[in-house]
Design a protein around this ligand. Sequence first.
Ligand SMILES: NC(=O)c1ccc[n+]([C@@H]2O[C@H](COP(=O)([O-])OP(=O)(O)OC[C@H]3O[C@@H](n4cnc5c(N)ncnc54)[C@H](O)[C@@H]3O)[C@@H](O)[C@H]2O)c1
Length: 339
Amino acid sequence: MNNTHINPKAATQYLTDEPIANLQQHLPAQAVVISQPAIQQYYGQHWKDVPVILIGDGEQHKTLQTIYAIYQKLIDLGIDRSGMLVGVGGGIVCDIAGFAAATYLRGIACAFIPTTLLAQADAAIGGKNGVNFQGFKNMIGTFSQPQFILSDPAVLQTLPATELANGLAEVVKHALIADAAYFDFIEKNYPKILNLEEDVIRRITLRSYQIKSTVVLCDEKEHNLRRILNFGHTYGHAIEKVTGISHGHAVSIGMAAAMRLSLKHSTLSQNHYERVIRLLRNLNLPVSTSADPRQIVEALTADKKRVGNEVHFVLLEKIGQAIIKKIALTELQNFLLTT
Ligand SMILES: NC(=O)c1ccc[n+]([C@@H]2O[C@H](COP(=O)([O-])OP(=O)(O)OC[C@H]3O[C@@H](n4cnc5c(N)ncnc54)[C@H](O)[C@@H]3O)[C@@H](O)[C@H]2O)c1
C-alpha cells in the first residue's frame, strides 16, 4: 500500500501501512499517545519520547470519566492547539482518543494506530467516535476525521485469537455489501487470513478501508447509504445483548439471519447464501445461536434503529450488493421465531 488519502478532498489526511516503528517520524512536537497497558508493554518502545496516557481495558472504561481524566492530563502537560492525540490500540482507544481530540480546546488533531483487526478494517475508519453513557453504547460522540491512520499488519501477531473474530466478521460484511471480487479474494485466501499473513492482511485492511470510507464520504452523518454498514448488526446487537457473546460472533450470526431473510425478501440465491455460510464457518465464525428467540426479538424491538413499527433492515441481493428495506416489526418477529 502506498500512502492513500483518507479524504480525497483533504490532501493532508492519509492512510499508511508503514511499520509502527516509524510512528515518531509522523508526529508533531506536542503529540500525546493514548493507549492501554498491554499495548504499551508490547509496543511502547516505538514512542518512548512521547508522553503517554494509559486508559483502562474494556467497554466499562469507554466513558466520560476517562475523557475527563484525559483532559486533566492534557492540561497538566500544557498541550495547546498545536497538539495531536495519537490513539494506539483497538476500537476503544480510537473512539476515546478521537472524542477527546475532537473536544479538547474545541478540537485538536488526532491520529490512529489501530492494533486490532477490527480497528484496522473498521473502527479507525469513518470519523465516528464517542463514549458509552449510563449503559447506552456510543451515546455521546462526534464526527471528526483523523489526520492519518498508520495500520501495521505485524501488530496483529500479539492480538489474542478471540479478538480476531470481531475483525473478520466486519471484513466479510464489507465484501458482502459492496464487492463480490473482495468476497472471492477472502474465500480463496481464508487460510492465509487466519495465519495473519501480512500481504493478505494489507489487502483486506486496505479494501475494507476503501469500502467503509467511500460509504461514509457519501453519507457522513448516517442518513441512508451508511445504513448498509449495519448489515448483520440489527439482529447481531440483539444477540450480543441477550447472550453476551463477542461482537464478531454476534454479527456473524446476524449476517446469517439477514441472509435467510434475504432469501425471502430479496433476490439472494441459494447458491450465494451457501457460499457465505461456508466462508463464515471456514473463518471459525458461528452462523446460529441456541439463545431463546423470544428474548432476541424483545431486544431487537428495543433497538434504536427502529422507526415506528418498522425496522430498516439491510438485506443482500447478491454477494457484493446490499439493499435497505423497511420490514414490519411483526413480520420480523414471526420470521425470527419460526426459523
Ligand atoms: N467508531 C467506529 O466507527 C467503530 C466501529 C466499530 C467498532 N467501534 C468500537 O470499537 C470497540 C471495539 O474495538 P476492538 O474490538 O478493537 O476492542 P478493544 O479496543 O477492546 O481491543 C481488544 C483487546 O485487545 C487488546 N489489544 C489491542 N491490540 C492489541 C495487540 N496488537 N496486541 C495485544 N493486545 C491488543 C486491547 O488492549 C483489548 O484488551 C467498541 O467499543 C466499538 O463500539 C467503533
